[in-house]
Design a protein around this ligand. Structure first.
Ligand SMILES: [Zn+2]
Length: 305
């Protein structure tokens, strides 16, 4: 875990440096930065169920078992990188097998919005719902995962770091447009992939959370409703900011597939291994078996996210 995290950090730091050195100023950014406002100290969520007497059913805490798959690298062949990198890599073949497995076993791919609709409005979920997501915006996701997603008509959410878009090895703006055209969702993974739980300054936190959303929505002309915390790290302040910024869902740390309406901004995830047996075990955790549930619901964290 430690090695995986440090390797990823190193790569991201390198990428961050690249961005810092070479990214041309975007005339939109200063404007967006000026528009940023610090988070209100007391954020009252709109349409709070507790204050709506016409929707008493929503007062009940809802729960759902929905594996939220998280992929990082999708490679053409077995990775030759470090063990840490390999833990973050699924080959195109295994990815295709995993998508096939979902179809063969009755899973229904839904989006974060579907899950939010379930929690907020009681919209029914299909049987065996599952969410597919990709982190960091690596270009290999576009190259080697998209074909399988298209084949099975699955919609996945790509969480991108806005400062990295278009840099070598990362998905470009035109590729993001292609993803949208193909029915994919684009979510925010912050502006520069910091540890949000360590940011004390409210304006800096807001910049990472809100301005990344504003940049994506401005460039892509589509709502961006999902946020994934870099490294899966957050605190109460960061989660509140994600809600305040207008996202409908936030994906956090912690392995597991069971969610409640109170953690729609801190949803659990399943780090997908390059291994079919483990894949089946992880997404089935808590569903059928009881003896192995606890272990299966808490797979070891293969690297950072
Ligand atoms: Zn990440």
């Amino acid at each position: 875990m430690t090695r995986g995290r440090s390797t990823t950090i190193g790569r991201l730091r390198t990428a961050g440096l690249l961005v810092f050195v070479t990214l041309l100023p975007n005339p939109r950014l200063p404007l967006l930065a000026q528009q940023a406002t610090p988070i209100a100290a007391e954020a009252t969520p709109p349409n709070s169920p507790a204050t709506d007497p016409h929707q008493p059913a929503l007062l009940a805490k809802r729960t759902a078992k929905v594996p939220i798959l998280v992929y990082h690298h999708v490679s053409q062949t077995v990775s030759e990188g470090s063990p840490a990198l390999r833990r973050l890599t699924v080959t195109a073949d295994v990815f295709a097998q995993q998508m096939q497995y979902l179809q063969d076993n009755g899973y229904h791919v839904i989006t974060f919005s579907d899950l939010a609709d379930f929690f907020e409005n009681g919209k029914e979920l299909p049987s065996l719902p599952i969410i597919i997501s990709f982190d960091d915006g690596w270009e290999n996701q576009f190259d080697y995962a998209l074909p399988s997603l298209e084949k099975y008509h699955y919609s996945a959410t790509f969480f991108v770091v806005t400062n990295y878009i278009g840099r070598p090895g990362f998905i470009s703006w035109p590729q993001l447009q292609t993803l949208l055209t193909d029915g994919m969702k684009i979510g925010s993974h912050s502006r520069s992939h910091p540890r949000l739980n360590r940011i004390k300054d409210s304006a800096k936190l807001w910049d990472q959370i809100y301005n990344s959303k504003a940049i994506l929505e401005s460039q892509l002309e589509t709502p961006v409703e999902e946020f994934a915390y870099p490294y899966g790290l957050y605190n109460a302040k960061a989660a509140a900011a994600v809600k305040q910024a207008g996202y409908r869902a936030g994906r956090g740390c912690c392995s597991g597939i069971a969610h409640t309406s109170s953690d729609v901004f801190t949803l659990k995830a399943v780090m997908v291994p390059n291994d079919m047996e483990k894949f089946v075990e992880y997404i089935g955790a808590g569903g059928v078996r009881t003896a192995g549930t606890e272990h299966a619901a808490n797979p070891s964290q293969p690297g950072s996210r």
